[in-house]
Design a protein. Structure first.
Length: 465
């Protein structure tokens, strides 16, 4: 039975499959015919749209042609009107077109020149105002950026003592120690009622610093007598020279310069204790160098060269009491002698207008010098004038033969003159005192009176072995 149904079942299945396939084929054919019909309709619409566009394009061409014709007619009419108006204007003005054009050109040219002159003047005025404002801004900015400590040096130094008994040891028997100390150092030693304190008074800050170091070591050691005072004083002088050398090296490093010649460095260090109108000269040089460097940077000039010129511009003040001439010219000779460039030499020589400044570096050196010295409170003229008077006192006494040390004491009210005993006898010492007094009266103006003391001292020293 199973074997009989097998072929029939297979035939039925095959028939069903063929029916389904025929149905699917009819549906596909129907969809293809519908799509073909839709495509035909779209082609018809596209053809109609293209026909309309061709018609519109044709109408546009016709309109453009009409517009071009009308524009040509208008242009011809405008040209005719211009020609007619030109004839009317020429007849009314009595000028031809060329003459009128030339007249118009002259008028416009004159007006343009006048406006150009006014414009140039306005530009110059604004440039001058803006330039002054910019210069003030640059200078003010440079000064404000310098945070230098500014103090006016005093002529008195206070020294603390470990005990009140030390004052008696400093004075010594019958004042021997204090007299020896003042004779060796050239500094007034003031011992008053101030507890555990003495004062060192001298117009020369270097001499005062040496005396301070000397007295500090004597007090710390406790042995105070004339011979030891001289030994300690010599060591203190060496120490002050070392401090000056270190100060000069620090100044050069602070302003960012290369190494200087050793002799220039030594002279620069001597300015550590020098003042100009109450302003420390070395501090003034460092401050001026910073200001000059900032000004140079604003103006796009080499700041290193400008700082070098400014740091050395007052180097002549280290030797002005030894060499005749202004400190500017002395400084220029010094920097030339020790290998500085001609730009530096010129800036140093011209910083007080003794010669005409010819370089930007010289002008900036002048400006920085004026900025540093001209700030309110930077300088005190009265102190400087007093110091100059004291220096003049010492110079007057130093002129005489046989004099080897001169000290102005007690704020210039006394001058102590040390003479060589083998070169000056007692009678000659009295003559020197009278001559110095007469010269002081003739050359100086001072309040009150000045006592001239000539000291002639013989000393014999030997050693027990």
């Amino acid at each position: 039975m199973t074997s009989t149904l097998g072929p029939w079942l297979f035939a039925v299945i095959a028939f069903l499959v063929l029916g389904v396939a025929a149905l699917a084929l009819r549906q596909l054919l129907r969809g293809a015919r519908e799509r073909a019909a839709d495509l035909d309709r779209r082609e018809q619409r596209t053809a109609a749209r293209e026909a309309r566009l061709d018609s519109e394009q044709l109408r546009l061409r016709e309109r453009e042609a009409e517009a071009a014709r009308v524009q040509a007619e208008l242009a011809a009419g405008a040209e005719a009107l211009r020609a007619e108006r030109r004839e009317v204007l020429e007849h009314a003005a009595g000028l031809s077109a060329a003459e009128a054009r030339a007249e118009l050109v002259r008028t416009v040219e004159q007006q343009a020149k006048r406006e150009a002159v006014l414009t140039v003047r306005e530009i110059e005025r604004r440039a001058r105002v803006e330039g002054e404002a910019r210069a003030q801004e640059i200078v003010a900015s440079a000064i404000q950026r310098v945070a230098a400590r500014q103090t006016a040096d005093s002529v008195i130094t206070s020294l603390r003592l470990p005990s009140e008994d030390m004052k008696g040891r400093i004075i010594g028997r019958e004042g021997r120690n204090i007299r020896s100390f003042e004779a060796v150092t050239g500094v007034n030693l003031i011992i008053d009622e101030t507890p555990e304190s003495v004062l060192l008074s001298c117009f020369d800050p270097v001499r005062r610093e040496v005396a301070r170091l000397t007295l500090e070591e004597l007090v710390a050691d406790g042995r105070i007598h004339p011979q030891r005072i001289e030994d300690v004083h010599e060591r203190s002088q060496v120490e002050v020279e070392r401090l000056c050398q270190r100060a000069a090296e620090d100044a050069v490093a602070e302003v960012g310069l290369d190494e200087l010649h050793p002799e220039l460095l030594r002279l620069l260090g001597r300015l550590r204790y020098r003042t100009s109108y109450g302003q420390n000269v070395l501090g003034h040089l460092v401050e001026s160098a910073h200001i000059a460097g900032m000004l140079a940077a604003e103006l796009r000039v080499d700041p290193v060269l400008v700082r070098r010129c400014t740091l050395l511009h007052d180097i002549g003040k280290a030797v002005t009491h030894e060499v005749d001439g202004s400190h500017a010219q002395i400084g220029a000779e010094l920097v030339r002698r020790y290998g500085e460039s001609e730009d530096v030499v010129h800036a140093v020589a011209a910083h007080h207008n003794e010669i005409e400044p010819q370089t930007v570096e010289a002008v900036l050196t002048q400006a920085a010098d004026a900025c540093s010295g001209g700030r309110p409170g930077a300088r005190r003229e009265s102190v400087e004038l007093h110091a100059r008077r004291l220096e003049k006192l010492e110079q007057i006494a130093r002129r005489h033969e046989g004099v080897y040390k001169v000290y102005a004491m007690q704020a210039g009210r006394e001058v102590r003159v040390m003479v060589l005993p083998e070169a000056v006898d007692d009678l000659q010492a009295q003559v020197i005192a009278k001559d110095v007094a007469r010269e002081v009266e003739n050359e100086l103006t001072y309040p009150g009176q000045i006592r001239i003391t000539v000291i002639r001292e013989s000393r014999a020293t030997t050693f027990a072995r």
